[in-house]
Design a protein around this ligand. Structure first.
Ligand code: OFO
Length: 169
Protein backbone atom coordinates (compact mmCIF):
# COMPACT_ATOMS: atom_id res chain seq x y z
CA UNK A 1 0.00 0.00 0.00
CA UNK A 2 1.32 3.44 -0.82
CA UNK A 3 0.56 6.69 0.97
CA UNK A 4 -2.13 8.99 -0.41
CA UNK A 5 0.46 11.66 -1.04
CA UNK A 6 2.56 9.31 -3.15
CA UNK A 7 -0.50 7.95 -4.92
CA UNK A 8 -1.43 11.52 -5.94
CA UNK A 9 2.13 12.28 -7.08
CA UNK A 10 2.31 9.07 -9.13
CA UNK A 11 -1.01 9.85 -10.78
CA UNK A 12 0.33 13.29 -11.70
CA UNK A 13 3.44 11.73 -13.19
CA UNK A 14 1.28 9.21 -15.06
CA UNK A 15 -0.64 12.14 -16.54
CA UNK A 16 2.58 13.91 -17.48
CA UNK A 17 3.95 10.82 -19.21
CA UNK A 18 0.72 10.61 -21.21
CA UNK A 19 1.15 14.28 -22.04
CA UNK A 20 4.69 13.46 -23.19
CA UNK A 21 3.27 10.86 -25.57
CA UNK A 22 0.74 13.45 -26.80
CA UNK A 23 3.52 15.97 -27.37
CA UNK A 24 5.64 13.52 -29.38
CA UNK A 25 2.64 12.36 -31.40
CA UNK A 26 2.03 16.04 -32.14
CA UNK A 27 5.65 16.40 -33.27
CA UNK A 28 5.23 13.26 -35.38
CA UNK A 29 2.19 14.87 -37.02
CA UNK A 30 4.25 18.01 -37.68
CA UNK A 31 6.94 15.99 -39.49
CA UNK A 32 4.28 13.94 -41.31
CA UNK A 33 3.41 17.09 -43.30
CA UNK A 34 6.88 17.09 -44.86
CA UNK A 35 9.23 14.61 -46.48
CA UNK A 36 11.23 14.15 -43.28
CA UNK A 37 10.21 10.56 -42.64
CA UNK A 38 13.25 9.90 -40.42
CA UNK A 39 12.23 12.69 -38.04
CA UNK A 40 8.68 11.37 -38.12
CA UNK A 41 9.89 7.85 -37.29
CA UNK A 42 11.99 9.15 -34.38
CA UNK A 43 8.98 10.95 -32.91
CA UNK A 44 6.77 7.91 -33.39
CA UNK A 45 9.17 5.68 -31.43
CA UNK A 46 9.54 8.38 -28.77
CA UNK A 47 5.77 8.65 -28.34
CA UNK A 48 5.52 4.88 -27.88
CA UNK A 49 8.29 4.99 -25.29
CA UNK A 50 6.31 7.60 -23.39
CA UNK A 51 3.26 5.34 -23.43
CA UNK A 52 5.46 2.65 -21.89
CA UNK A 53 6.62 5.08 -19.19
CA UNK A 54 2.99 5.93 -18.45
CA UNK A 55 1.88 2.31 -18.33
CA UNK A 56 4.79 1.43 -16.05
CA UNK A 57 3.37 3.86 -13.48
CA UNK A 58 -0.19 2.72 -14.18
CA UNK A 59 0.70 -0.91 -13.36
CA UNK A 60 2.84 0.06 -10.40
CA UNK A 61 -0.06 1.96 -8.79
CA UNK A 62 -2.24 -1.13 -9.16
CA UNK A 63 0.52 -3.40 -7.86
CA UNK A 64 0.77 -1.26 -4.70
CA UNK A 65 -3.02 -1.23 -4.17
CA UNK A 66 -3.20 2.41 -5.23
CA UNK A 67 -5.96 4.01 -7.29
CA UNK A 68 -5.33 5.05 -10.87
CA UNK A 69 -7.04 8.36 -11.60
CA UNK A 70 -6.84 9.40 -15.21
CA UNK A 71 -7.05 13.18 -15.48
CA UNK A 72 -7.50 15.14 -18.74
CA UNK A 73 -4.34 15.43 -20.81
CA UNK A 74 -3.20 18.95 -21.71
CA UNK A 75 -3.20 19.96 -25.37
CA UNK A 76 0.36 19.97 -26.74
CA UNK A 77 1.84 22.48 -29.16
CA UNK A 78 1.35 21.53 -32.80
CA UNK A 79 3.30 24.12 -34.76
CA UNK A 80 6.98 24.94 -34.79
CA UNK A 81 9.04 27.04 -37.22
CA UNK A 82 11.44 24.22 -38.12
CA UNK A 83 13.06 20.94 -37.02
CA UNK A 84 15.53 22.81 -34.81
CA UNK A 85 12.66 24.40 -32.86
CA UNK A 86 10.99 21.00 -32.48
CA UNK A 87 14.09 19.46 -30.94
CA UNK A 88 14.68 22.49 -28.75
CA UNK A 89 11.15 21.95 -27.43
CA UNK A 90 11.78 18.20 -27.02
CA UNK A 91 15.01 18.78 -25.10
CA UNK A 92 13.39 21.38 -22.83
CA UNK A 93 10.49 19.02 -22.26
CA UNK A 94 12.81 16.21 -21.18
CA UNK A 95 14.56 18.54 -18.73
CA UNK A 96 11.14 19.30 -17.21
CA UNK A 97 10.38 15.58 -16.96
CA UNK A 98 13.69 15.00 -15.18
CA UNK A 99 12.82 17.74 -12.67
CA UNK A 100 9.44 16.10 -12.06
CA UNK A 101 11.04 12.68 -11.54
CA UNK A 102 13.45 14.25 -9.05
CA UNK A 103 10.52 15.82 -7.16
CA UNK A 104 8.84 12.41 -7.08
CA UNK A 105 12.06 10.95 -5.74
CA UNK A 106 12.03 13.56 -2.93
CA UNK A 107 8.45 12.63 -1.99
CA UNK A 108 9.32 8.92 -1.90
CA UNK A 109 12.30 9.65 0.33
CA UNK A 110 10.17 11.74 2.66
CA UNK A 111 7.58 8.95 2.78
CA UNK A 112 10.43 6.47 3.40
CA UNK A 113 8.97 4.20 0.73
CA UNK A 114 11.96 2.07 -0.26
CA UNK A 115 9.99 -0.10 -2.68
CA UNK A 116 8.82 2.99 -4.56
CA UNK A 117 12.36 4.38 -4.62
CA UNK A 118 13.60 1.19 -6.18
CA UNK A 119 10.80 1.38 -8.78
CA UNK A 120 11.65 4.98 -9.65
CA UNK A 121 15.32 4.23 -10.09
CA UNK A 122 14.64 2.98 -13.62
CA UNK A 123 12.98 6.30 -14.51
CA UNK A 124 15.92 8.30 -13.19
CA UNK A 125 18.31 6.35 -15.40
CA UNK A 126 15.93 6.59 -18.33
CA UNK A 127 15.84 10.39 -18.03
CA UNK A 128 19.60 10.57 -18.55
CA UNK A 129 19.07 8.77 -21.87
CA UNK A 130 15.98 10.81 -22.74
CA UNK A 131 17.79 14.11 -22.30
CA UNK A 132 20.87 12.90 -24.13
CA UNK A 133 18.89 11.58 -27.13
CA UNK A 134 17.12 14.90 -27.68
CA UNK A 135 20.23 16.98 -26.97
CA UNK A 136 22.41 15.06 -29.46
CA UNK A 137 19.94 15.63 -32.30
CA UNK A 138 19.53 19.28 -31.29
CA UNK A 139 23.32 19.76 -31.42
CA UNK A 140 23.48 18.08 -34.82
CA UNK A 141 20.75 20.34 -36.16
CA UNK A 142 22.58 23.42 -34.89
CA UNK A 143 25.75 22.21 -36.56
CA UNK A 144 23.99 21.38 -39.83
CA UNK A 145 22.34 24.80 -40.16
CA UNK A 146 21.10 25.35 -43.71
CA UNK A 147 23.02 22.41 -45.23
CA UNK A 148 20.21 20.41 -46.89
CA UNK A 149 22.43 17.44 -47.76
CA UNK A 150 23.54 17.03 -44.16
CA UNK A 151 19.92 17.41 -43.05
CA UNK A 152 18.90 14.64 -45.42
CA UNK A 153 21.65 12.40 -44.01
CA UNK A 154 20.45 13.04 -40.46
CA UNK A 155 16.92 12.26 -41.59
CA UNK A 156 18.13 8.91 -42.99
CA UNK A 157 19.93 8.17 -39.76
CA UNK A 158 16.86 8.87 -37.60
CA UNK A 159 14.88 6.46 -39.77
CA UNK A 160 16.81 3.60 -38.12
CA UNK A 161 15.25 4.15 -34.71
CA UNK A 162 13.01 1.23 -33.76
CA UNK A 163 10.55 0.50 -30.99
CA UNK A 164 12.09 -1.62 -28.22
CA UNK A 165 10.20 -2.96 -25.25
CA UNK A 166 11.79 -1.54 -22.11
CA UNK A 167 12.08 -3.60 -19.00
CA UNK A 168 10.36 -1.27 -16.53
CA UNK A 169 10.70 -2.60 -13.00
FE1 OFO B 1 8.91 9.77 -20.15
O1 OFO B 1 10.49 10.53 -20.51
FE2 OFO B 1 10.43 11.53 -22.03
O2 OFO B 1 9.14 12.63 -21.59
Amino acid sequence: MISQRLEKALNEQLNYELYSAYLYFSMKAYFSKSAWCGFRQWMCVQAHEEMEHAMGIFHYLIERCGTVELEPIAKPEHEWPDALAVFEAAYNHEKTVTAKINELFDIMEEEKDRAALSFLDWYLKEQVEEERNARVILEKLKFIGEDKTALMMLNEDLMKREIHQHDIK
